[in-house]
Design a protein around this ligand. Structure first.
Ligand SMILES: NC(=O)c1ccc[n+]([C@@H]2O[C@H](COP(=O)([O-])OP(=O)(O)OC[C@H]3O[C@@H](n4cnc5c(N)ncnc54)[C@H](OP(=O)(O)O)[C@@H]3O)[C@@H](O)[C@H]2O)c1
Length: 296
């Protein structure tokens, strides 16, 4: 099969398209024929070992544990292992590969009990592939903060992958959302349901007079002190710099919301597997709107 492999840390051109052996599923695994994957912040960070801590996970000098990146995918089950009960050949699925990565390939094996679910029926493979990382991260952090109906929520960095899902999910929970992004993305975040938008290139966070029940930094770029100063006395601050755990149920929750028309994805650009280095170079600029897809 074709896969994008990296043997050393570095710039986008360390990512090379190669022919490698097609994997075979273990008894508890499904073999997915990948139709689409994405380039996320986690992919380029792991490619260039930024932060340095990535080397402790993936090899001090060269990538050892993970040589094929790709955090998330959508595709069709090509083969189910002997013990698999949840999926069968032909099922369309979407999945979060997480730190096993491996989605920049024509095929990927995943345990059936991992973060995998049937693809939302009203999404294309390209759309569905964008949901697991941004959608699960947004859902997990909103849950961690306990966002509920009537809350006033500020989402900083509302135009990225996590941010665009977070705005919609907070609105769905009945919160009133103030979204912070740059000028070019104001209309986009308004269209996702934000009732107030703030352009951070023109207005400093410290000038915002409203106070919030929850402040979510969805890009990890705002200062914690500035965010905390915007909270009501019992308000909560959460940042994607922290950790929050997702479950397969969370992925099903996202699927249900998508099928009910309550959640959509924003796609900025679509690349091919051959163009993964270009896609990395683009995403690494940290300016993408929503998501960047790789058609496999
Ligand atoms: N903790 C976790 O489990 C977890 C999971 C997933 C992701 N993450 C992290 O979360 C962060 C966001 O991920 P993502 O995929 O959503 O990123 P992304 O889509 O690449 O973010 C791009 C967006 O960030 C905005 N942005 C860039 N600089 C900004 C700034 N100084 N202030 C406000 N907005 C800014 C840009 O909007 P403008 O052009 O409008 O500024 C752009 O739309 C990444 O650092 C990623 O590593 C953490």
């Amino acid at each position: 099969m074709k896969a994008v492999v990296y043997e050393k840390y570095g710039p986008p051109d360390v990512l090379q398209l190669k022919g490698i052996a097609k994997p075979a599923p273990k008894d508890n695994e499904v073999l997915v024929k990948v139709h689409a994957t994405t380039v996320t912040a986690g992919d380029w960070r792991m490619r260039k070992a930024d932060p340095f801590l990535a080397r402790l996970f993936n090899g001090l000098f060269n990538p050892r544990r993970v040589k094929i990146l790709g955090f998330e995918l959508a595709g069709v089950v090509e083969e189910a292992g002997k013990a698999v009960t949840l999926y069968k050949k032909g099922d369309p699925v979407f999945a979060f590969c997480g730190f096993k990565f491996g989605a920049y390939a024509e095929y990927k094996c995943l345990p059936e009990n991992d973060l995998i679910a049937l693809k939302p029926s009203n999404m294309t493979f390209e759309e569905a592939a964008t949901v697991p990382v941004g959608g699960l991260t947004a859902l997990r952090f909103l849950k961690k903060a306990g966002v509920k109906a009537g809350d006033h929520v500020l989402i900083y960095g509302a135009s990225g992958s996590v941010g665009t899902f977070a705005v919609q999910l907070a609105v769905h929970r009945g919160a009133q959302v103030t979204a912070v992004c740059s000028t070019a993305n104001l209309d986009l975040v308004r269209s996702l349901g934000a009732s107030t938008v703030v352009d951070y290139t023109r207005e400093d966070l410290s000038k915002i007079t409203a106070r919030f029940d929850v402040v979510l930094d969805a890009v990890g770029k705002a200062s914690a002190r500035a965010c905390k100063s915007l909270l009501k006395p019992a308000g909560k601050y959460v940042s994607v710099r922290g950790a929050a755990k997702a479950s397969a149920d969370d992925l099903s929750t996202l699927k249900d919301l998508i099928e009910a028309g309550k959640l959509r994805t924003v796609i900025d650009r679509v690349y091919t597997l051959e163009q993964v280095p270009e896609a990395h170079a683009y995403v690494e600029q940290f300016r993408k709107r929503g998501n960047v897809v790789v058609r496999v």
